[in-house]
Design a binder for this molecule. Structure first.
Ligand SMILES: NC(=O)c1ccc[n+]([C@@H]2O[C@H](COP(=O)([O-])OP(=O)(O)OC[C@H]3O[C@@H](n4cnc5c(N)ncnc54)[C@H](O)[C@@H]3O)[C@@H](O)[C@H]2O)c1
Ligand SMILES: [Zn+2]
Length: 363
């Protein structure tokens, strides 16, 4: 088992990563300090609970939880809204959770964001632990304490920063994750490698396709990726500076998702196209060599991710980019790789260059 410590003063916590964390009984040990003698509400979705719910419930009871109740919502991003948060809080109240109780989020990023958001507001905040079951949740949403839900007006517009007490990542859960969802997670893993860690990039390159099945090997890379994100979050929890780097590929990716009205590429796929686009832009601006950009695109493709998009007009994508949540007065912030393993945030990229890159990305 590998442990990644997220260092945030009195809100610090550990992320434990292994394949077989639950089967080995290790999870019981990790959960006990937080759940012994308290009521726990498992928050999960309708796909994940039937697959993994029994395992978590047993571990919680073995760890000494006084009672384990369950709140399950229909799987998918469309459930990520305030109405379902209300339902979760009502389930908590009905199960008799009090200020000493705990919420356990079991699922992908949607579940994690909602379970932690509910925990952050129920009775003005009760403790939570996270058990991510999608690769994306292990690589990205399970680290960093951003919680929230969508509004009809936009994604993730309501939320809090709220750190869990512990995060348990068992790669064994990934055995049932659909391949397309695995790829979504790999997009964010590749993003971390491009941003911070050339060695991780090389390992992904040499392992390739095998990582879809070799969950022991994947667990080690998940831990490595968590450590990278945790270090950034420890230094810049509220995204005032360095944490913005984690948006590599996202300014482009969000524009694609928006122009496709969230019915086209999945998030990780859009981020993959965006990461390849950012690398190309870097090459155009003389910040990155063409060979590195090619290696980045090739790695994305190796993990069954797209690097181009069809059916979108460059001008629409450009307009969507200017209205990005993180744009400042219509000028998008773009994260640009300077090398594999190093990047910076720029706000001075000429519109003409952005347009030229969209031209090459659109099929
Ligand atoms: N808080 C953050 O910092 C942060 C970061 C990135 C993404 N997010 C959020 O995360 C969400 C996306 O996460 P996601 O891709 O995990 O979505 P998700 O939670 O919808 O999971 C994707 C699909 O996989 C299924 N699934 C999950 N684990 C499974 C398993 N082990 N076996 C079989 N099926 C399984 C889910 O039921 C769902 O159908 C978005 O809402 C995004 O905004 C948050
Ligand atoms: Zn993302």
């Amino acid at each position: 088992m590998e442990t990644v410590h997220v260092s945030l003063g009195d809100r610090s916590y550990d992320i434990s990563v292994a394949k077989g964390l639950f089967a080995s009984g290790k999870a019981v040990e990790l959960l006990a300090p937080f759940v012994r003698g308290v009521k726990v509400l498992i928050v999960s979705d309708s796909n994940v609970f039937p697959l993994c719910g029994g395992t978590l419930r047993r571990a919680l009871l073995d760890a000494g939880a006084a009672d384990v109740a369950v709140s399950v919502f229909p799987a998918g991003e469309t459930s990520k809204h305030l109405g379902v948060i209300g339902d979760v809080c009502r389930d908590a109240a009905r199960a008799g959770l009090d200020r000493g109780s705990l919420i356990a989020g079991l699922g992908g990023g949607v579940t994690g964001d909602m379970a932690a958001f509910a925990a952050s507001i129920y009775m003005r905040g009760i403790r939570c632990v996270q058990v991510p079951t999608s690769l994306l949740a292990m690589i990205d949403s399970g680290v960093g304490g951003k919680t929230g839900v969508d509004l009809p007006e936009g994604k993730n517009l309501v939320g809090t920063f709220y750190q869990p007490k512990a995060v348990l990542m068992d790669a064994a859960f990934l055995a049932t994750l659909p391949v397309r969802e695995m790829s979504n997670g790999f997009a964010e893993l590749i993003k971390h490698a491009v941003l911070f860690d050339r060695g991780l990039f090389d390992e992904l390159e040499s392992a390739g396709d095998a990582l879809f099945r070799d969950l022991d090997r994947l667990a080690a890379l998940v831990a490595r990726s968590c450590a990278l994100k945790a270090a950034v979050v420890s230094r810049d929890e509220r995204e005032q500076g360095e944490r913005m780097l984690l948006n590599l590929g996202h300014t482009f990716g969000h524009a694609i998702e928006k122009v496709q009205d969230y019915r086209g590429l999945e998030h990780g796929e859009a981020v993959a196209v965006g990461t390849a686009a950012a690398a190309q832009l870097s090459v155009r601006l003389g910040l990155l060599d063409a060979d590195s950009a090619q290696k980045i695109a090739a790695l994305l493709r190796m993990f069954r991710l797209p690097v181009t998009v069809s059916g979108c007009a460059p001008d629409d994508l450009l307009a969507a980019m200017a209205s990005d949540k993180k744009a400042v007065s219509g000028v998008p912030r773009i994260v640009l790789p300077l090398a594999i393993g190093r990047a910076e945030v720029r706000t001075d990229v000429p519109r003409s260059e952005l347009r030229a890159v969209w031209e090459t990305v659109c099929e």
